[in-house]
Design a binder for this molecule. Structure first.
Ligand code: GLA
Length: 388
């Protein structure tokens, strides 16, 4: 892979790249729509991700090219950098923008990107390219950001430059992931613990609905605003900053303050999902995968019924999983509205599962899903140069 990318860089820019960096995508095992409510989440990095190759130039310009998209762009770093429509290069451009706003001085660079995280699939292709760029610039120019500061910067890019009010989970997961570990992250304090992803005789299957995602960004922002409304209603009686400060018991004492039925459903999901992550962490630690699997199904049901971010495609996958004997638990992962589901699948069943799920899904939905057997990989890192 790296050798091919180096050759592509040479073809694009007529000289060799000086460095190559990699940042993965992620899955979230449980704790969905929790990060921007200040609760506990449990993501893990995957081995699909974004490669960034670069070489400095002397003209104070940044050039963006991608193996995935035909559009290229050149920006002059002495001019104001602003978003250009929906082009892919807004993500790395946003990183330059934020770094310059921080008073840093990244110089001219020729950059080539390649990603194999399916785009818009709920596996954080956008956090992957944001953190990939931020990590690469920080290393190359020695800008002095810590890994956590890079994560926070990448989140600001998504919030302010791209315009999606996402939480911090994705950027954190792709930067901090470690092989075979899940990250137990408290999104309020940003304290985290790496936990062994003790899945024993199971593999983690990722199933992409392949549903084109429409309106996902505006619906996502709508959910964020609904949770804020729930917090404001609760603040009439109690001092809280975010929903995850309440466990289910405390929430029950005050939920009468939320008069709007839809807002009540959203808040109920958040509080109970946060409790489920605590239970899931205990179950994973004890190697109790049956309990973990049940919590995954409960999470999915809540996302479908209360948070209303699932859909026919994700539901078809999870319903199939619940009848397939080799699956211990399954749920949608990421923001929803299409994207991917994950399943804990007994080892040895991969081919049979893929074949039967593909047949069932295709006959119900009308097109095929993609099934990947996922490995849990490393967060952002630099790759050693490969001899041509
Ligand atoms: C998207 C966002 C995350 C998180 C998830 C839902 O992936 O980027 O911040 O909110 O949705 O859990």
């Amino acid at each position: 892979m790296e050798q091919q990318l180096q050759a592509d860089f040479f073809k694009t820019y007529g000289r060799e790249n000086t460095e190559t960096y990699f940042t993965p995508g992620r899955v979230n095992l449980i704790g969905e729509h929790i990060d921007y409510n200040g609760g506990l989440v449990m993501p893990a990095a995957i081995t699909l991700g974004t490669w960034v190759l670069l070489a400095p130039n002397a003209d104070n310009k940044v050039r963006f090219s991608s193996i995935n998209f035909p559009e290229t762009a050149t920006f002059d770093l002495t001019e104001e950098l602003s978003k250009t429509g929906k082009e892919w290069f807004n993500y790395p451009l946003g990183v330059f923008h934020e770094m310059i706003a921080d008073g840093k001085k990244p110089g001219g660079l020729d950059m080539l990107f390649f990603g194999n995280v399916p785009i818009g699939s709920g596996l954080s292709s956008s956090a992957s390219i944001e953190v990939a760029t931020a990590y690469a610039l920080n290393e190359h120019f020695d800008l002095g950001y810590t890994r956590l500061e890079l994560v926070q910067l990448a989140q600001r890019v998504e919030n302010k430059f791209i315009g999606v009010n996402c939480g911090i989970m994705d950027q954190f997961a792709v930067a901090f992931g470690q092989r075979d570990k899940a990250i137990l992250l408290n999104c309020d304090t940003l304290k985290h613990k790496m936990v062994d992803c003790n899945i024993g005789e199971h593999v983690l299957a990722i199933i992409n609905t392949n549903k084109p995602r429409e309106l996902a960004e505006s619906k996502y922002n709508e959910r964020v605003a609904e949770c804020q409304q729930a917090v404001e209603a609760l603040q009439q009686e109690i001092t809280i900053h975010n929903l995850c400060e309440l466990n289910a018991e405390k929430f029950a004492l005050h939920s009468h303050l939320i008069k709007d039925e839809v807002i009540l459903k959203r808040a109920t999901h958040v509080v109970k999902e946060n409790d489920r992550v605590h239970q899931a962490a205990r179950a994973l630690n004890d190697g109790d995968l049956n309990t973990f699997g049940k919590l995954m199904y409960a999470s999915h049901e809540s996302l479908r019924e209360l948070y209303e971010v699932s859909g026919a495609e994700l539901d078809a996958i999870v319903a199939f999983c619940s009848t397939y004997p080799g699956v211990t638990g399954a749920r949608m992962t990421g923001a929803g509205f299409g994207g991917c589901a994950i399943a804990l699948l007994q080892k040895g069943q991969e081919d049979d599962f893929t074949e039967k799920l593909t047949a069932a899904y295709t006959s119900e939905i009308g097109y095929k899903p993609d099934v990947y057997i996922s490995e849990i990989g490393e967060g952002s890192h630099q790759l050693a140069a490969v001899d041509a």
